[in-house]
Write a protein that binds this ligand. Structure first.
Ligand SMILES: [Zn+2]
Length: 259
């Protein structure tokens, strides 16, 4: 095997050595990028902030179901795609799922953490046995206190006895202030832009938010169990209004003055 330094010192003429060294450096850089996906992505996306949108449910987990047979999993995916379109190329936006398949709750949060996301937004639709239940709620993570035996306003979607609070990790705690600010901003923009539905805000110890290492919220966009709201959620024009309001809030939150 011929040693590289032998080639460099003997075979390459002196005047060609700087050019040869430059070519070697370029080849090594290309090899490094080819074997390192993140470096390649960093070069491609530059300084763009990363947003991870999480369409709730999927696959055999259909989520809540409306009287007309609409499934929550369909609405959440449609809305997430619309928000991503609204955000456009200004940000690097990813969806935890892009089609009709199931993803575990820890896997959803892990996508955002692995990507080093600047923002995590989980999207759900409410479901209730009370057909009159209505409105939009923006949730941020809040630790459960001794008095929080039940959660006011939270549906079966956001809390169930199976979600053992003792197993939740604490990563989100360090982001609670900014998550609450994002929730408030989102509430304000939806209320400003959507006049036909009320939007509330609530702090709840949600599993999908607890492990997110960045500002994170969960938006429950109306009640699919309410026949009137099911119709709205199936209306592309109205869903597009929601997407515009949510993306506007995200855009303002991620603007420099808020960072
Ligand atoms: Zn849901």
């Amino acid at each position: 095997m011929i040693h590289l330094s032998f080639i460099f010192n003997i075979i390459i003429p002196n005047q060609m050595k700087p050019l040869f060294a430059l070519i070697i450096c370029l080849l090594m850089s290309i090899c490094f990028i080819a074997t390192n996906g993140n470096a390649e992505l960093d070069l491609f996306y530059g300084e763009k902030k990363i947003i991870v949108l999480d369409p709730g449910h999927g696959g055999h987990d259909k989520g809540a179901r409306g009287a007309d047979g609409t499934f929550e999993k369909t609405i959440t995916l449609n809305l997430a795609k619309m928000i991503a379109d609204e955000l456009g190329s200004k940000y690097r936006t990813s969806l935890t799922r892009t089609d009709d398949y199931l993803l575990s709750i820890p896997d959803r949060t892990a996508v955002a953490n692995h990507m080093g996301a600047d923002l995590f937004v989980s999207i759900h639709v409410g479901g209730s046995f009370l057909h009159k239940a209505s409105g939009i709620t923006v949730y941020y993570f809040k630790e459960m206190s001794d008095t929080d035996i039940t959660f006011n306003g939270a549906t079966s979607e956001t809390y169930s006895p199976d979600n053992d609070p003792t197993t939740w990790d604490d990563i989100q705690k360090r982001h609670i202030t900014r998550s609450r600010a994002l929730a408030k901003l989102t509430q304000t923009h939806i209320n400003d832009m959507i006049k036909h539905m009320e939007t509330g805000i609530e702090g709840v110890p949600l599993v999908v938010l607890s492990g997110a290492d960045m500002p994170a919220i969960l938006i429950e966009i109306g009640y699919i169990s309410n026949p009137g709201e099911e119709k709205k959620l199936c209306d592309t024009q109205i869903l597009s209004e929601f997407a515009k309001a949510i993306s506007k809030a995200i855009d303002i939150f991620l603007s420099e003055k808020n960072q």
